[in-house]
Ligand binder design. Structure first.
Ligand SMILES: [Zn+2]
Length: 193
């Protein structure tokens, strides 16, 4: 595959902002107005305009996406069902805080929090999210302990989540096709010669 790419005149590709996977795409693949695409590695979705495709620089080539990096972005194994699991809403999070940062914060107070930070199509945190905890008692415990507390310099808001609309609206959309439309093609990464 790499050889075939080397024969192309100008190699253009889409770049996943979250996991950095690259997908060889020509402007014609996207249509005049562009298309919504979805990364096969991390599930990130974004709108790709043909004019915003990247062009492969001299001395760079596209190599198969490394297996060990792929593992980092694998969807997490489904957690054990939580019949009484309760969602807590968390806001005013620092934008650079990751799921695992928030996980540590809540993990100090309740057992096995499941953290979901809401992100924009290029994977940037929107500064709020949801933490699923075991039951109502655990939720109350986390709220009492963490609401209004300082987290990396910001006073976070931690409260009961009554709003399931955010989750259902993101679930409602059907995922768009993978960037290439040739789904057999593997994601790639940029490498220097
Ligand atoms: Zn990705």
């Amino acid at each position: 595959m790499v050889m075939m790419l080397a024969l192309a005149e100008a190699i253009t590709f889409a770049n996943c902002a979250r996991c950095k996977a690259k997908y060889v795409l020509s402007p014609e693949d996207l249509g005049e107005r562009g298309s919504r695409v979805r990364c096969q590695i991390c599930g990130n979705e974004w709108f790709q305009a043909p004019s915003k495709l990247n062009t492969l620089k001299d001395n760079f080539y596209l190599a198969p996406y490394p297996e060990e990096r792929r593992k980092q972005f694998e969807p997490q194994a489904p957690k054990a069902p939580r019949p009484n699991g309760v969602n807590i809403f968390v806001a005013n999070l620092p934008f650079q805080a990751s799921e695992s940062d928030v996980d540590s914060l809540f993990g100090a107070v309740v057992s096995e929090p499941v953290v979901n930070i809401v992100r924009d199509p290029v994977g940037r945190s929107r500064g709020y999210g949801f933490v699923n905890v075991e039951d109502g008692d655990a939720a109350q415990k986390a709220i009492d302990a963490l609401n209004g507390s300082d987290f990396k310099g910001r006073r976070i808001v931690v409260k009961h989540s009554n709003d399931s609309s955010l989750e259902s609206s993101s679930r409602r959309r059907r995922p768009p096709p993978p960037p290439t439309g040739k789904s057999k093609e593997s994601p790639l990464e940029g490498a220097r010669r």
